[in-house]
Write a protein that binds this ligand. Structure first.
Ligand code: TAP
Length: 460
């Protein structure tokens, strides 16, 4: 663990991280106990009240620049570790996760001495000690999304990575140490859900930032109710990717594939429900099956692999069980003919057509490479179906009409709406949802606001 500037053994039971593509153990990692959480929160408080608050904002920004450069310098190593630990294709960790993580630190480094211009009043103040819990789908990137804005705003951090993917967070800890970050400003405590629970409920925490399942988000929200502590939740989603008949269909097919098969579909904002206009539905499905048949599934370390391994046996089981409900409820399953490796947790790209809104595969977040296809006739019907979900994280619209894009974007109840593209992430753009997808934003000025106490009368 990385606690108060040192790498120390935690008092919890060791955990072994497994390579999901081979099922072989990768590394044994020390985990935190409740007492370790307490030590980390105390260290973060000391750092907050000591060197971190006393430091001029421009100096604070320099640490973030150093961390951003440190990630870029160790990019190859981070990409390899992420792919081994998580199972995602190396081309994704290399081209998306690691560069975007570095970009988040670069972007927020620039904010550190400009907080008075964030629209939050002349002198917005940090919240204090922040407890952060992140999932396994984007381990390094989620750590960057959480740590960078917290530090830019002047907070200190205790972060718990997911049990199955602790490794890149520990490499990041080395980068933080190499950057000379003062002791206790960031503490990284691997462990399971109980460590997350101890962290988010610790009375010494001023704000909790959580990304993960709606179920755990709900528990955290109820545990924090009435405590006065700040909370942001980034939870699940069941995004509609909506294709109109005037869309450039080949381009849309690429967007549909990226929307659901990027990162094996382990993406909270994945375009897991395809809503396609009835007049082009057959054509789109034919093109889609043809395109999906060319995706290469297999060794995530192979640069030509498009679809890697599912992160854990538990997640594979969840995907398998939820997909089976599609068969039971009468949807038509189509599976990519790609061969599956003999070992490892793999699930082939799958498309269900003939899906109706009441089916579980249209309502539940599968969090895997499974697409549910529904059709619509009119824009109003598309909006009604897209919004018929308890979630509200993201959506996609494919059409050549700009006016339709604007009309749809304002009618869709989703925090992010992509037009003629999907799964684009940029540190300058606010990301987040509402309803059961959570609340609060990450990225952009709005994301920064979630780590600041705005002065009275200020506009967020
Ligand atoms: P969660 O159980 O919500 O895990 C997210 C993080 O919270 C992990 O670090 C987890 O630790 C920790 N945690 C677990 N129980 C906790 C508690 N009571 N208090 C505080 N922290 C706790 O998600 P999961 O098990 O990884 O995935 C389950 C489902 O959640 C997925 O199938 C998917 O539908 C959804 N999910 C959504 C997202 C996003 S980005 N929205 C990300 C991941 C998963 P452990 O890792 O040790 O369990």
């Amino acid at each position: 663990m990385y606690l108060d500037g040192d790498f120390v053994d935690g008092q919890g039971d060791d955990l072994t991280s497994v390579n999901p593509a081979t099922e072989e153990p990768l590394a044994t990692v020390s985990t935190a106990s409740a007492a370790d959480v307490d030590r980390a929160v105390t260290a973060a408080r000391r750092a907050y009240e000591g060197p971190w608050s006393a430091m001029p904002a421009a100096e604070r920004g320099k640490y973030l620049f150093r961390i951003a450069r440190g990630i870029a310098e160790r990019a190859r190593e981070l990409a390899v570790v992420e792919t081994l630990d998580n199972g995602k294709p190396i081309k994704e960790s290399r081209d998306v996760d690691v560069p975007t993580a570095s970009a988040h630190f670069f972007y927020h480094a620039g904010w550190a001495d400009k907080l008075a211009h964030a629209g939050l009043g002349p002198a917005p103040r940090p919240l204090g000690v922040v407890g952060q819990v992140i999932p396994w789908n984007f381990p390094l990137l989620m750590a960057a999304w959480k740590i960078a804005p917290a530090l830019a705003a002047g907070n200190t951090v205790v972060l718990k990575p997911a049990e199955t993917t602790p490794l890149t967070a520990l490499v990041l800890a080395e980068i933080l140490a190499d950057a000379g970050l003062p002791d206790g400003v960031v503490n990284i405590l691997p462990g399971a859900g109980d460590v997350g629970q101890a962290l988010v409920r610790h009375p010494g925490i001023d704000k909790v930032a959580f990304t993960g399942s709606t179920e755990v988000g709900r528990q955290i929200q109820s545990a924090l109710a009435g405590t006065g502590r700040a909370l942001t939740l980034e939870l699940g989603g069941k995004a509609a990717n909506i294709v109109f008949d005037d869309a450039p269909l080949d381009q849309a097919v690429e967007g549909i594939v990226n929307g659901i098969f990027f990162n094996q579909g382990h993406v909270c904002c994945a375009g897991s429900r395809l809503l396609v206009q009835e007049s082009v539905a057959d054509e789109v499905l034919d093109k889609l099956r043809l395109r999906i048949s060319t995706l290469r599934l297999g060794d995530p370390m192979d640069k030509n692999t498009d679809v890697g391994a599912v992160n854990s046996a538990e997640q594979l089981q969840r995907i398998t069980e939820l997909s089976a409900t599609g068969d039971l409820e009468g949807a038509q399953r189509w599976t990519s003919p790609c061969p599956l490796p003999d070992r490892g947790y793999f699930f082939p790209p799958t498309v269900f057509s003939g899906v109706t809104q009441s089916m579980r595969i249209a309502r539940d977040e599968i969090f895997g490479p499974v697409l549910s296809v529904l059709t619509f006739r009119t824009p109003d019907e598309a909006v009604a179906k897209a919004n018929n979900t308890p979630y509200g994280l993201s959506a996609g619209v494919w059409t050549e009409k700009g006016s339709r894009i604007l009309g749809m974007a304002s009618a869709l109840r989703a925090g992010v709406v992509w037009a003629n593209t999907f799964n684009r992430f940029d540190p300058t753009a606010a990301f987040g949802g509402y309803r059961e997808s959570g609340f609060g934003r990450e990225g952009g000025r709005a994301g920064l606001a979630a780590y600041l106490r705005s002065d009275e009368g200020a506009q967020a």
